[in-house]
Design a protein around this ligand. Structure first.
Ligand SMILES: [Zn+2]
Length: 465
């Protein structure tokens, strides 16, 4: 042990006593830069030994050793933790050293015969103090991606070329690359080596794909994930199809239409995409092509307390989401269907268990679609297939689940129908709408439809001007 320790101790004491800032301030420009380069050369050698030691610690802590792992014997969960504790570096740095140490240390075959390191040229340049640890790590990371698919001879040539770029090649020729320049070169080599790169990329993407609902924050559920490109393409198409402005508003005059255009769309693009997703989920849920749960279409349980319903305060809970939802949201969900209401008393006893079947049937939906044609709110372009059916007289007030009491509204206009100021009523089974006062002061009720058949019919009956 003294063989290693003595020179390290000498080096340490030689460096420790020097007042480096004063020394640097004293030097001329040329001296300063020369000294900085020389110091870095020492640092590279120190780095190489750090990496070698980390690699050795990791080797002695390899999983196959079980209880005999060095890390386990020292009470650590991993080699990285042991290195962190001994050296006081960060976990990331410890793992970086282990990776570099593993890729550049000598290996042994099954019968104990010595094998070259995984990256022999990098190992040699590192040990010689010609290549820095960050440059070495960059080459290994970039080339390593292409290793499984690269021709071994070409791979070796790439490693050789990159080490030469980094170290100047030893023949005094080219200017040495910085670590950042080297990364660009290494990426170019990686693409060259991975000629069929699309496929491994695709496999990587398949492994990394994901979609997550996060923990609730501020009453919202964050969504994160990584979509496969083709899924993102379809989703983008879906958004585009719904968000493309279309002419709407059957009965409206040009003036009304321009006022809607001015004030009608209050949502941001993000909010509109959210609403498209809401409609897509709803459409999928009622398509009947999804797995049944307990023999029935997926039903969301919405639980509320009876006293909260009476007071109009408090909150409701939707099964499967940890944050409470507002009573308005609960009413919206129950109006749309696909939900089952559970009412508790203050002691927690279930006092009402709503029926989950209070949805409009596909037959009723088709009839309503033919009559209404799309979201009834003028200026809204959401098509019938993407709409929800709104009970004009709420189910709770005795409104029947019948086409004469159901109209098409998109998710957004349904969700905001209580507050937006739009009025909807049914007159002998035909929907009528009354614009909010800000849009049409003193305006009255008028029939409304987006149905091409009924619009044509209205034109036929309109007296010629
Ligand atoms: Zn709408």
């Amino acid at each position: 042990m003294t063989g290693t320790r003595d020179p390290l101790e000498q080096l340490r004491s030689a460096l420790a006593g020097v007042p480096w800032s004063e020394e640097a301030a004293r030097l001329t420009d040329d001296e300063l830069l020369a000294a900085m380069g020389a110091l870095e050369a020492v640092g590279r050698l120190v780095d190489a030994s750090r990496v070698a030691f980390a690699g050795e610690v990791a080797e002695r802590s390899r999983v196959e050793l079980g209880d005999q792992r060095l890390s386990t014997r020292r009470g650590c969960r991993s080699a990285a933790e042991l290195i962190e504790r001994v050296t006081l570096v960060s976990g990331a740095e410890a793992r970086r050293r282990i990776a570099l140490g593993g890729a550049t240390r000598a290996r042994f075959g099954f019968t104990g015969e010595p094998l070259a390191p995984e990256f022999p040229r990098i190992a040699a340049a590192l040990a010689a103090g010609e290549l820095g640890a960050d440059a070495a790590g960059t080459i290994i990371r970039e080339l390593g991606r292409a290793r499984p698919v690269a021709d071994p001879a070409v791979f070796a040539a790439a490693e050789q070329a990159l080490v030469a770029e980094a170290t100047g090649g030893g023949d005094g020729g080219p200017v040495r690359c910085t670590a950042d320049e080297l990364r660009v070169q290494a990426q170019a080599w990686s693409v060259f080596l991975d000629q069929d790169g699309r496929e491994p990329d695709d496999e990587r993407a398949m492994r990394r794909r994901g979609f997550r609902l996060g923990r609730a924050r501020d009453g919202l559920i964050p969504v994160t994930g990584e979509l496969m490109p083709e899924v993102a393409a379809k989703l983008t198409r879906l958004f585009d199809a719904h968000l493309a402005p279309r002419s709407g508003g059957g009965f409206m005059t040009d003036e009304e239409r321009s006022r809607i255009a001015e004030f009608g769309e209050t949502r941001t693009a993000d909010q509109q995409r959210h609403d498209v997703l809401a409609a897509a989920i709803d459409t999928a849920a009622r398509s009947g092509e999804h797995p049944m749960i307990g023999g029935a279409a997926p039903t969301v349980l919405v639980s509320v307390r009876a006293s909260d319903i009476e007071s109009g305060r408090g909150v409701a809970h939707a099964d499967g989401v940890e944050v409470p939802i507002s009573h308005r949201a609960a009413r919206h969900m129950m109006c749309t269907g696909g939900t089952q209401k559970v009412v508790f008393d203050d002691d927690g006893r279930i006092i009402t268990l709503g029926s989950p079947e209070r949805c409009f049937t596909p037959h009723q939906r088709r009839a309503i679609t033919l009559r209404d044609g799309g979201c009834l709110i003028p200026g809204c372009s959401v098509a019938a297939a993407w709409c929800e059916i709104h009970h004009v007289i709420p189910d709770a007030d005795g409104g029947p689940t019948h086409p004469d009491n159901g109209v098409l509204l998109c998710w957004f206009h349904h969700r905001t129908i209580d507050t937006s100021g739009w009025g909807i009523r049914m007159l002998r089974g035909v929907p009528q709408i009354r614009p909010p006062a800000w849009l049409d002061p003193g305006g009255g009720w008028r029939p409304v439809t987006k149905s091409p058949t009924r619009l044509a019919d209205q034109h036929d009956r309109r007296p010629a001007a």
